[in-house]
Write a protein that binds this ligand. Structure first.
Ligand SMILES: Nc1ncnc2c1ncn2[C@@H]1O[C@H](COP(=O)(O)OP(=O)(O)O)[C@@H](O)[C@H]1O
Ligand SMILES: [Mg+2]
Length: 296
C-alpha cells in the first residue's frame, strides 16, 4: 500500500492590494490519500478555493510555503530526480483542458509515445503500438479513428480520453484529476466518470477528483472533502455529506444546485450572512501574521 499525506500544508502567494501583501490560497490542510483500498475522493469547492493549488502541490509542481507532502513517508520535495520520476509515474495528473497539453503541430499519438519512451513501457515499435491500441480500447476509443489525427481533429471528450489512455498505460496508484470533466458535455462526462470508476475496480487506482460541480461528486460517490477559502471544512462519505451537511458552507453549496423539477421549491432557509461569516473565519489566522512578516 502507498500513501500520499499532506500535513499542515499552507500556500501563500504575493497579492497586491491585500493588507498583508499576501493571499493564503491553502490554509493548514491535512489529508491522506491511500491506495488500499483503492477509492475515489472528491475535493469540491467553488472557483478560487485553492483546489488547483493543492493539486499542483501534490504533483510536486509547486512547493508549499510550509507543511509537508510525503509519499511512503518521504518528503516529495526531497526526492532525488530518479525517485521523483518514479513518484510521477505513480501519481498521474489529468487536467481540465487537454487541448493545452497537446502540441497542435503533432499528431495525438505523440502524447502516448512520449509516455512509452519516458517510462520505457515497450522495447519494440510493435509492442508500443499494441500497448497504445490496448489502452485506447480501454477508454472506449477506436484506435483507427484517433491515431494519426491532430488534436483539433478530435472532440474535447476524445482528447480527454486520450489522457486517460495515457493513465491506463502507466497504471499509476494515484490519479490527480483537476476539473477533468468541466469542459465536457453531460454524456461524455458520464463516460469519463465511469472510466475512472472502472480504473479503480479493475486496476486499483485511487483518484483525487477535483471539481466545483456537486452533481459529478454525487454521481461518482465515495468520499468527499469540501473546501472553501483554502480550508477543508467538511469530509466524509458522499451520501452523508450530501444528506446531512454539517458545515454552513456545504449547506450553501448544496442549496445552490438547481433543482431539475420546475415545481419544486426550496423548503429549507439558509441564513446566508451566517453561513458566510462561518466560512470566512479570520482572514489570516493570527499566528500566520507573524510568519508572513518573516517572508521576504
Ligand atoms: N501563482 C499564483 N500566484 C498568485 N495567486 C495565485 C496563484 N495561483 C493561484 N492563486 C490564487 O490562489 C487562490 C486559489 O487558486 P486555485 O488554487 O487556482 O483555486 P481553484 O482551483 O479552487 O479555482 C486564488 O485566489 C488564486 O487567484
Ligand atoms: Mg482550479
Amino acid at each position: 500500500m502507498s500513501e500520499i499525506e499532506l500535513r499542515d500544508v499552507v500556500q501563500r502567494f504575493h497579492a497586491r492590494g491585500t493588507p498583508s501583501g499576501f493571499l493564503t490560497a491553502v490554509q493548514s490542510t491535512s489529508f491522506t490519500l491511500r491506495s488500499d483500498p483503492p477509492h475515489i475522493v472528491s475535493l469540491v469547492g467553488q472557483s478560487g478555493s485553492g483546489k488547483s493549488t493543492i493539486a499542483r502541490i501534490i504533483l510536486g509542481l509547486q512547493r508549499p510555503s510550509s507543511g509537508l507532502v510525503t509519499y511512503g513517508g518521504r518528503d516529495i520535495f526531497k526526492l532525488s530526480r530518479a525517485e521523483y520520476d518514479d513518484y510521477r509515474k505513480n501519481v498521474q495528473p489529468v487536467f481540465q483542458d487537454p487541448y493545452a497539453i497537446f502540441n497542435p503541430f503533432y499528431r495525438v499519438d505523440r502524447v502516448l509515445r512520449t509516455a512509452i519512451k519516458k517510462f520505457s513501457l515497450a522495447s519494440t515499435a510493435a509492442e508500443a503500438s499494441s500497448l497504445m491500441e490496448e489502452s485506447l480500447l480501454a477508454v472506449k476509443l477506436d484506435p483507427g479513428q484517433v491515431l494519426g489525427r491532430y488534436p483539433h481533429q478530435l472532440s474535447g471528450g476524445q482528447r480527454q480520453r486520450i489522457m486517460l489512455a495515457r493513465v491506463h498505460m502507466l497504471r499509476p496508484s494515484f490519479i490527480i484529476a483537476d476539473e477533468p470533466v468541466s469542459m465536457l458535455d453531460a454524456q461524455v462526462r458520464k463516460l469519463f466518470l465511469d472510466i475512472l470508476t472502472d480504473f479503480r475496480t479493475t486496476y486499483g487506482m485511487t483518484t483525487l477528483f477535483i471539481t466545483h460541480d456537486l452533481s459529478t461528486v454525487y454521481y461518482i460517490g465515495g468520499e468527499v472533502m469540501v473546501i472553501t477559502r483554502g480550508r477543508i471544512v467538511e469530509k466524509g462519505p458522499v451520501s452523508t455529506v450530501m444528506h446531512t451537511p454539517s458545515h454552513p458552507y456545504t449547506q450553501l453549496l448544496l442549496a445552490s444546485v438547481p433543482q431539475p423539477d420546475p415545481d419544486a421549491r426550496w423548503t429549507d432557509r439558509i441564513d446566508i450572512a451566517q453561513a458566510t461569516a462561518a466560512e470566512a473565519g479570520p482572514e489570516v489566522p493570527p499566528e500566520d501574521e507573524a510568519l508572513e512578516a518573516r517572508v521576504p
